[in-house]
Write a protein that binds this ligand. Structure first.
Ligand SMILES: Cc1cc2nc3c(=O)[nH]c(=O)nc-3n(C[C@H](O)[C@H](O)[C@H](O)COP(=O)(O)OP(=O)(O)OC[C@H]3O[C@@H](n4cnc5c(N)ncnc54)[C@H](O)[C@@H]3O)c2cc1C
Length: 257
């Protein structure tokens, strides 16, 4: 099945063509692969969604000089551009508005929801511990947030709605990347991570509209999002009946990273 996806957010217009099959979907490539290109970078990030661009910015801020983001779709947006709000504990927004949202209490709530068994407590703790600072970091990038309720009389308020929603979030992250000289290559899906003799990462091979691109790099971050559009993965991981569910994920989320 061939599907044309047209996205018309207020601040951007992009267009993608995808072919859906049993195993997932692929972005349509119209030309024969003939051209071979080579680039070098200190860091390659696969996937230009929220996680990928945030990682790129954090790396640049910490002294990484040359960063290339490989993005499969026509715009660095991902599912993040469709999202709305971000969890935060002890954030600057909460502090300014007098909302008491202690990390320790919220950690216990999260763990109790998972019966203290089904999730990785260290990961949950790290996520909660970093969440407030992440909101502050995003504010400094030019974003604004307001606290919203998830359900009536929710206490404490932890959902930080991004003004302009995910689309604005991605727009601001892209602009910050541009300002710091981070290269975002769209319509460039990564195909393979290259390794040296000792198993160390040496780069990434990606497809381009004209052929193939090899980026030599010492470090690679995989930020390709979920697998909501990969039916085989859903079948294996979530079990059979769930593949009948419709996903709202970005069509490029196929666990191809
Ligand atoms: C409709 C919707 C609403 C949501 N609302 C919320 C919300 O309000 N709050 C919340 O916390 N969460 C929400 N979520 C979930 C949240 O959006 C995701 O968990 C989050 O955006 C994931 O970020 P990410 O950067 O990991 O993935 P993404 O933003 O999906 O980015 C992954 C990127 O990787 C690219 N990619 C994939 N494979 C390759 C490859 N091989 N080579 C190169 N690039 C590749 C994709 O094209 C994509 O751009 C929502 C999700 C959806 C779909």
């Amino acid at each position: 099945m061939k599907v044309n996806i047209y996205c018309d957010y207020p601040s951007e217009v992009w267009h993608e063509e995808f072919i859906f099959s049993e195993g997932g979907c692929v972005v349509v490539t119209s030309q024969e692969a003939t051209k071979t290109e080579n680039l070098k970078a200190e860091l390659v990030i696969i996937g230009g969604g929220g996680a990928g661009l945030a990682a790129a910015l954090a790396a640049a801020e910490n002294g990484c000089k040359s960063i290339i983001v490989l993005e499969k779709a026509g715009s660095a947006a991902g599912s993040t551009a469709m999202a709305h709000d971000i969890f935060g504990a002890e954030s600057p927004v909460q502090k300014r508005t007098g909302v008491d949202a202690p990390k320790d209490d919220l950690f216990k709530v999260a763990m109790e929801w998972a019966h203290w068994t089904r999730i990785n407590p260290r990961l949950v703790r790290a996520f909660i511990d970093k969440s407030g600072d992440t909101i502050g970091w995003l504010e400094k990038k030019g974003l604004s947030f307001e606290l919203i309720q998830f359900y009536p009389n929710q206490v404490p308020l932890v959902r930080h709605s991004v003004m302009g929603h995910g689309n604005q979030l991605m727009k601001v992250l892209r602009k910050n990347c541009e300002d710091l000289g981070i290269k975002i290559l769209t319509r460039t899906p990564a195909k393979k991570i290259l390794r040296g003799e000792k198993g160390n990462v040496t780069g990434v091979v990606a497809a381009t509209k004209d052929g193939e691109l090899t980026v030599t790099a010492r470090s690679v971050i995989v930020a390709t999002g979920g697998y909501g559009n990969n039916k085989e993965c859903l079948r294996n991981i979530v079990r059979t009946t769930t593949i009948l569910l419709h996903t709202t994920d970005h069509p490029a989320t196929q666990e191809t990273g």
